[in-house]
Design a protein around this ligand. Structure first.
Ligand code: SAM
Ligand code: SF4
Length: 341
């Protein structure tokens, strides 16, 4: 292996935490800002990080490079809304060189889809092959109530454009008590008809959003039972190294995932860490522990960044502390939009 492959960051030892888990997946939040205000994710008037505290696109690339040099093989850009970050494509294009030279297996993103149609071609050109699009309802009024913005038509146009360009699209749907549970079968049929996987997500208690989490939380166990009365759900051993468990819906032929952080613990095989747009490295989505990469990068450059990664590995906890019996328990004060979903 030459150091060139890592563009100046010599390859270092792999990132292995104190429990022997190897970190190969980075979720990199490029902004905490968003054009939507999903009721489970942020308040109507969120406080965003001051611009001076946000890493520049060059700094985000340096952080990504440090992780790649330590064996990270997959990067997911997220946010906030990643496509809302000005000039985000320069970062995507910068990272695409690691796809081209084989240092990365995958570069992907999670988006709300509102601006996707105008980015699809550039993403595909940069080597992005799969994307996750979040969509909780197909109904215009319900979307406007959940996301507090009237944007479902733009999201659907973005999804159509992505499919047309040949990108694989996975739909992420948060199961929301009293809001979209009745529509979940329709969403699954709609996604599967278009060749898309759909993954259902339980609401996690991240940040104070101005609503009681108990009014939002719906256990996926119950959703799955209801789906089993309607369809045959066949076991599917598809694994992504992530928290999702999959089944195949016999009647639609499509794959359905369940992410159940509150009702099932998926931490044993955790291979990921998250970096916020302000350069905080969170070793666990459900914990407060963090390491400040921005300070390391700005004061000590690549060597200090490497030391910070070692420190983070030593501190990565075994698992989160969410509790299904008490949906607000184990709550973490920062928002999903800050940590990056
Ligand atoms: N804005 C992009 C989007 O919506 O896809 C990317 C960031 S968003 C924070 C990533 C994912 O986190 C979305 O699928 C969203 O539904 C999910 N999410 C946000 N807040 C959540 C919460 N409190 N519990 C569970 N999922 C949440
Ligand atoms: Fe924005 Fe995504 Fe949070 Fe919705 S879930 S408010 S789209 S960051």
């Amino acid at each position: 292996m030459t150091t060139d492959k890592y563009a100046g960051s010599p390859p270092g030892p792999p990132l292995i935490d104190g429990f022997g888990r190897r970190v190969t997946y980075l979720r990199l939040s490029v902004t905490d800002r968003c054009d939507l205000r999903c009721a489970y994710c942020m308040s109507e008037r969120p406080e965003f990080a001051p611009k001076a505290g946000v890493l520049s696109l060059e700094e985000l690339e340096s952080v990504a490079r440090a992780f790649i040099a330590r064996g990270v093989r997959k990067i997911r850009l997220t946010g906030g809304e990643p496509l809302a970050r000005r000039n985000v494509m320069s970062l995507v294009e910068g990272l695409s060189q690691y796809l081209a030279n084989g240092a990365l297996d995958e570069l992907t993103l999670t988006t709300n889809g509102t601006q996707l149609d105008r980015f699809v071609e550039a993403l595909r050109h940069a080597g992005v092959r799969r994307i996750n699009v979040s969509l909780d309802t197909l109904d215009r009024a319900k979307f406007a109530a959940i996301a507090r913005r009237d944007a479902v038509d733009r999201v659907l146009a973005g999804i159509d454009a992505a499919l047309k360009a040949g990108l694989a699209v996975k739909i992420n749907t948060v199961a929301l008590k009293d809001r979209n549970l009745d529509e979940i079968p329709t969403l699954i049929e709609w996604a599967h008809e278009r060749g898309m996987e759909l993954t259902l997500i339980e609401v996690m208690p991240l940040g104070e959003v101005g609503e009681d989490r108990s009014d939002q939380f719906a256990p996926l166990r119950d959703v799955e039972s209801a789906l089993k009365r309607r369809w045959t759900l066949e076991a599917d051993d598809h694994r992504t190294g992530g928290p999702a468990r999959y089944v195949r819906v016999k009647e639609t032929g499509g794959r359905l995932g369940f992410i159940t952080p509150l009702t099932a613990n998926f931490c044993d095989g955790c291979n990921r860490v998250r970096v916020t747009c302000t350069g905080e490295l969170f070793m666990c989505l459900g914990r407060q522990g963090r390491v400040d990469l921005k300070a390391a990068l700005r004061t000590g450059g690549a060597p200090a960044l490497n030391e910070a990664l070692d420190l983070a590995m030593a501190r990565k906890p075994l698992g989160h502390e969410f509790d299904a019996a008490r949906p607000g328990a184990g709550a973490v004060s920062r928002f999903m939009s800050a940590t990056g979903g």
